[in-house]
Design a protein around this ligand. Sequence first.
Ligand code: IMP
Length: 431
Amino acid sequence: MKNRVIIGGQWGDEGKGKIVDSLSAQFDWVARYQGGANAGHTIMRGDEKVVLHLVPSGLLHDGVKGLLGGGMVVDPWALKEEIIELEQRGFSIRDRLVISSNTHLILPFHKRIDELAEDKLTRKSIGTTGRGIGPAYMDKVARSGLRMGDLLLPPENLERKVIEKILAANEILASMYDADPLPSASIAQELVVLADIFRPMITSSYEVLAGVRNGSESIMFEGAQGVLLDIDHGSFPFVTSSSPTIAGAISGTGLPPRCMHEITGIFKAYCTRVGNGPFPTEILADEGEELRSLGGEFGATTGRPRRCGWFDLLAARYAVDINGMTGVVITKLDVLDSFSTIKVAVEYDCNGEPTKMFQTGTDVLPACKPIYKEFAGWEKPTTACRTLADLPANARKYLEFLEEELGTHIIGVSVGRGAEDMVWTPEGVIT
Ligand code: IMP
């Protein structure tokens, strides 16, 4: 059984949840390796919609074990709520979910600082999800954050540690943001109670993943967000604070690269972005609105309308290259069913200079204007298609062009919301 890493190839929201759900039943483990409750992975179970923010999507299958990896930042209040909600819907996951002891904790002041920092940036704001992600990663790299392993401390030690941390954060809130302090004692007591819930799940990922290292167990790595939001390789500073790329899968689980066999990028058949920052192929006029309503492009975490645009080949090739993707899945092809013309950015004009290289420079990308290649639309429904031959000829031409230009196989095409609405193409779409 080959292990597989699932990576969002664009600005997040590519439909990773559905693909992880479709492929994960066969794996022993599914691991989240970075990010936190800023993610929103949507899965359809019949007509029922399940949105997961922290729990790995694969856990909806009985028998699959889940890991929250050390590269994540986890809000214990949000995790408790998510676990309870899943249990109420009939998914029992408590005994199948483990949490790495080096996973960092998001505490209420991280969320408060996230909001206040965004307010302060006003027009230059990043448009974060407000889940405290950036401030929690700041505490991690400052070597001052609390980790899941701290929840294993005797209650009085944990309480003291949390109070000290909140008192320090209150000083930041007052001095930098002129904001009210947070109640340290009550938050610490709440965390002591939460610790009882999580204690049985907290473990060393080195120990529990021994079977993956020796090849007796298989694993799927479930990336959150996307390559263009990566802290190092994305459109900085309009990025998240973690590493959705392959490097994050390594550092965020502690598994070596030899455990990563297939690296699968998930790309929408067009592009979307939530939050601020450059988006060369964004469509601002009515067509953008049409894509948004046809694709239901509203954030799964915040409900914000997503900005919509055409497929950006330069950005996608960059994502394939820097991650060494061994195959890609194209999602939401059906959203393009009614368009008479479909565009793909094949080059940028950057201040009069043509380039086929994706640009990540803070000042360069906003100045890049896309140069498009146009494709005739197929103007037929695709949701019932299950094989390549079922797809309209123009849809196949569009996919063949993407496959050729990306230089890696398209191994699947999603044509609808349901798990069964897939055309699997393990040998690629160019026949
Ligand atoms: P943060 O991760 O909440 O700090 O937000 C930083 C940027 O990443 C903002 O533009 C967010 O909209 C974006 N972002 C974070 N998580 C996701 C996601 O799961 N999907 C899409 N965009 C996201």
